[in-house]
Design a protein around this ligand. Structure first.
Ligand code: NAD
Ligand code: UDX
Length: 441
């Protein structure tokens, strides 16, 4: 079987490599020259654990190739996956579909025989039908169907998520049952290796599949905002948010996942997709007040974290040295998109703080987004040197191993604001640190 993957970013590259691992011949098309030349030279342009060896072995086996010639990749492919970006449109937060539409036009020109065009990008309801319209208008004679196959992988655990998903959602045009079953047969073949796992393949209509992606991400974002709100309440009432989350999560109707409090969710998906779902609901004249509120609550939370750090320093960070551990939006990725560190560091810099920071893999991506004057350290402990306050923004495992005594010895003032709750409060206080975390007494 042969497929093409349009877009070699976080989703396209991981999906392409995993499909190749399934035994499919995959041609990844990438137009960004820096990303493409890295891939052609055997370098992985993003940080994702395990991806380098997966790409190397499948490239060597001849099942995974990279290029910028869409015509060559699409010709003869049984399915073409669109995995290009759908960033928020400036101004209103709706998904910007220019890359998806451009890909559809390019694919239309290149189709040779019956092809299923599959949208993996996260796209508003109606996009798959719009892609079909673009292809029909561009080349009325071609034989094709469209499908919506939203991707649910998480950065940092993307390969495991892709290879052992809980569900795969495939939306088809159920208004045309014969065409839908032809496309279904192709996609069942693509995902056949998952039949030995617990994954559920769920076939739905196009609109339902598109909306399921936004609904899932918005629900998880809402769950995080809820536990963040409970963490604030725990602080006021002397309760412990981790015990609370465990107590709630043991009820299988609630579940234990995604109840970790923090500085507010970031990343390339939750902030963008909650905004886009708000727009989708407004356009459908069916506002989603819960999702709109989640967006506002999360933005306010990220912005408010600088105030929490200032309060820990006695009311102001002016003239103080703030050491920052972690910059990416979560561990095990180099992705800085919508990371809480961006608004927090800008506010700290505006308030007159001297900032030192370290992140194991995210510093190159962070530099263009963070305020000028941040000093980037070469290791975690150096961040503590001469710091008045140490702030944990991302829960990288190597930070968990830092000894409280080593921090005390290096800091000017021993104040630690742990926004990811990675340290043991008793051990920190026993070492003489003034320690604050999120939602714990
Ligand atoms: P990305 O920006 O990392 O990758 C997109 C890539 O597509 C870029 O490298 C770009 O150069 C390339 N591209 C754009 N137009 C092209 C074209 N016409 N031909 C070839 N290449 C082209 O984005 P991403 O994080 O991989 O996200 C892609 C989509 O998947 C988005 O809709 C996103 O919402 C969704 N998604 C992302 C994640 C995630 O964790 N990042 C998870 C699930 C879904
Ligand atoms: C998310 C979805 O989980 C995934 O299914 C979808 O395909 C893409 O978007 P991702 O953004 O890669 O994945 O990471 P995720 O682990 O969901 O974390 C997103 C943000 O939420 C991070 O900033 C993380 O720190 C935060 N988070 C997550 C919390 O604050 N608490 C939690 O309990 C979980």
């Amino acid at each position: 079987m042969r497929i093409a993957m349009i877009g070699g970013g976080y989703v396209g590259l991981v999906s392409g490599a995993c499909f190749a691992e399934f035994g499919i011949h995959v041609s990844v098309v990438e137009t960004n020259p820096a990303r493409l030349s890295a891939l052609r030279e055997g370098r992985i342009p993003i940080y994702e654990p395990g991806l380098d060896s997966l790409v190397a072995s499948n490239s060597q086996a001849g099942r995974l190739t990279f290029g910028d010639d869409i015509a060559q990749a699409v010709a003869g492919a049984e399915a073409v996956f669109i995995a290009v970006g759908t960033p928020p449109r400036n101004g209103d937060g709706a998904a910007d579909l220019q890359y998806v539409h451009a890909a559809a036009r390019q694919i239309a020109q290149a189709i040779t025989g019956y092809t299923v065009i599959v949208t993996k990008s996260t796209v508003p309801v109606g996009t798959s039908r719009r892609i079909a319209e673009i292809i029909r208008t561009t080349r009325p004679e071609v034989d094709f169907d469209v499908a919506s196959n939203p991707e649910f992988l998480r950065e940092g655990s993307a390969i495991g998520d892709f290879m052992r998903p809980e569900r795969v959602i495939i939306g088809l045009d159920q208004k045309q049952p014969e065409r839908a079953s032809r496309a279904e047969a192709v996609l069942r073949q693509v995902y056949r290796p998952l039949s030995s796992t617990d994954a559920t393949l769920l076939f739905t209509g196009l609109e339902t599949a598109e909306l399921t992606k936004y609904a899932s991400n918005s629900f998880l974002a809402m769950k995080i905002s809820f536990i963040n709100e409970m963490a604030d309440l725990c602080e006021k009432l002397g309760a412990d948010v981790h015990q609370l989350a465990k107590g709630m999560g043991l009820d299988s109707r609630i579940g234990r996942e995604f109840l970790q409090p923090g500085p507010g969710y970031g990343g390339s998906c939750f902030p963008k997709d909650t905004l886009a779902l708000s727009r989708i609901a407004q356009e459908a004249q069916s506002a989603s007040r819960l999702v709109e509120t989640t967006v506002q609550v999360n933005e306010a939370r990220k912005a408010g974290m600088a105030g929490r750090i200032a309060a820990a320093c006695g009311g102001s960070v002016a003239g103080k040295t703030v050491g920052v551990l972690g910059l990416t939006f979560k561990p095990e990725t180099d992705d800085m998109r919508e990371s809480a560190s961006i608004p927090i560091l800008h506010r700290l810099a505006e308030a007159g703080a001297q900032i030192k920071a370290f992140d194991p893999v995210g510093m190159d991506a962070a530099k263009p987004l963070l305020p000028e004057g941040v000093e980037y350290c070469t290791d975690a402990l150096s961040v503590a040197d001469g710091a008045d306050v140490l702030v944990v923004l991302t829960e990288w495992n190597i930070f968990r191993a830092l000894a409280p005594e080593a921090l005390v010895a290096r800091m000017r003032h021993g104040v630690v604001v742990d926004l990811r709750n990675i340290f043991d409060p008793a051990a920190m206080r026993a070492a003489g640190l003034q320690y604050q975390s999120v939602g714990r007494p």
